[in-house]
Structures are given as structure tokens and as C-alpha cells.
Ligand binder design. Structure first.
Ligand code: T5A
Length: 215
């Protein structure tokens, strides 16, 4: 794989989409080919799976079904979008990847780490982010931002995962921080309470330091 694979993680509403948009512009200004994508989703079939996972009406999936749906989406996404982009030397910016499954389905939902790691490796087929940018935010601020967004005219209501209790989201946050500690050179942790311009500037500095983005 020649291209760089960078994922962005954090609680719901931590500012991933906002940061990814800025990073994408920086790569485009440097005339570097970049693919922006997301999980769950990223291909037509994977987006259908996303809808099934996040919908709030009808039958709720049990934990095993939930994780298998995330992994099914990932397998399709890796094979159809991420691996081909990396093979063509493109930079891939992905809103969430397997590290979300560890945080949400292992730390918060309670599925064993061994099982989650095994399912992740199967779906990834050897494709893993070289860098994980973590937007670390308190649960309180995450909730505040979600409410602000919901209050905006025409915006979507909370999805099934966003509706989980605060202690679930606290375990998710702990799960991200624990993974960052396990592999500090693969993770770049930002205080997501900072303003969006500062977060972008710090991320771009890190990418330049790694030699992945021109000065
Ligand atoms: N999930 C996912 C699992 O359980 N297991 C898995 O394996 C995977 C892959 C997916 C859900 O599925 C779960 C996790 C999720 O619950 P999603 O749509 O990807 O859903 O998740 P969200 O995190 O909900 O995506 P969002 O679009 O809601 O959040 P973002 O992208 O992090 O936040 P963003 O950029 O849209 O910003 C949110 C608000 O904050 C403002 C923005 O203007 C916006 O209003 N904002 C800031 N405000 C102050 N300071 C800043 N620095 C700001 N940056 C943005």
C-alpha cells in the first residue's frame, strides 16, 4: 500500500467532520489526491448497512448483530474503496474505523477485546490506519454540541447510538484513551474542546512533521 491511511475518532459530535474538511482542503491545496470516506458506510451497500445500524424505529439489534453489521460494512468499504485508493497512492481520510469498534462494542457494550480484535482483523484484511487522530471531548460537551445541532432547523435527531446513556459514552471515551496509550506513535490526541482552527493547525503540523503533507 503506497498511500497514507488516516482515521479520525472521538465521541459523537467531537468535530471529526469539521476537522476532516479542513485536512482535505490542505491536501487538495498541496495537489495531493485525497479520498474522504466514513464508517459505517462509504459504499452504496455499506451505507444501506449504516441505515440499518443507526435507525431508531423497529427491532433493535442485539450486541452480536450490531458488531457484525459494523464489520460487514467495514469489509465492503475496505475492499471497494480504501484498499484501491491506497494502492493508487491516494491519501484516505476516514471518519471512524476499527478503533471505534473497540471503543463502542468492546469498552462500552462489553464484547471481549479478543473477539472484537479478531473480527476487526478479518474485516480489515491487512488494511489499518497509519495514524489515528483522536478528538478527545468530555461527554458533557459532546451532548451540548449534539443538542445545538438538533436545535438547528431541519437537522437530524439523535441516532440509536447517540441515544445511549452518559455512562456508555464515558466508557467509549475511556476506550479511545486506552487505545491511544497502547500505541502512542500511531495515535495523535487532541483536546477537542479547543476551537476548530487550532485543531486544524495542530493536525496539519503533525502531518507535516511526519512528511505526509508539504510545507
Ligand atoms: N460506531 C461506529 C460504533 O458503535 N462502532 C463502529 O465500529 C463504528 C465505525 C456512527 C455511530 O456509530 C458508532 C459511533 C457513532 O455513534 P457517525 O455519524 O459517524 O455515527 O458519528 P458521529 O460521531 O455522530 O458524527 P457526527 O457527524 O455527529 O460528529 P462529528 O463529525 O465528530 O462532529 P461535527 O464535525 O459534525 O461537529 C459537531 C458539531 O460541533 C461543532 C460543529 O459545528 C457541529 O455543530 N464543532 C465545534 N464546536 C466547537 N469547537 C470545535 N472545535 C468544533 N468542531 C465542530
Amino acid at each position: 500500500m503506497a498511500g497514507k491511511f488516516i482515521s479520525f475518532e472521538g465521541l459523537d459530535g467531537s468535530g471529526k467532520s469539521t476537522l476532516i474538511a479542513g485536512v482535505r482542503q490542505a491536501f487538495e491545496r498541496a495537489q495531493s489526491e485525497v479520498v474522504v470516506t466514513r464508517e459505517p458506510g462509504g459504499t452504496p451497500l455499506a451505507e444501506e448497512i449504516r441505515r440499518l445500524i443507526l435507525k431508531t424505529d423497529g427491532e433493535s439489534p442485539v450486541s452480536a448483530t450490531e458488531i457484525l453489521l459494523y464489520e460487514a460494512s467495514r469489509a465492503q468499504h475496505v475492499a471497494k474503496v480504501i484498499a484501491p485508493a491506497l494502492a493508487s497512492d491516494k491519501t484516505v481520510l476516514c471518519d471512524r474505523f476499527s478503533e471505534s469498534t473497540v471503543a463502542f462494542q468492546c469498552f462500552a457494550r462489553g464484547i471481549s477485546r479478543t473477539e472484537v480484535d479478531s473480527l476487526n482483523r478479518y474485516a480489515e484484511q491487512g488494511v489499518r490506519p497509519e495514524l489515528v487522530v483522536l478528538l478527545d471531548l468530555t461527554v458533557e460537551e459532546s451532548r451540548r454540541r449534539q443538542k445545538g445541532r438538533e436545535a438547528q432547523a431541519g437537522s437530524a435527531q439523535a441516532d440509536r447510538i447517540e441515544r445511549e446513556a452518559d455512562d456508555f459514552h464515558q466508557r467509549v471515551r475511556n476506550g479511545f484513551l486506552a487505545q491511544a496509550k497502547e500505541e502512542p506513535s500511531r495515535w495523535f490526541v487532541l483536546d477537542a474542546g479547543l476551537d476548530a482552527a487550532t485543531l486544524l493547525e495542530r493536525t496539519l503540523s503533525e502531518l507535516r512533521r511526519r512528511g505526509w503533507l508539504g510545507a
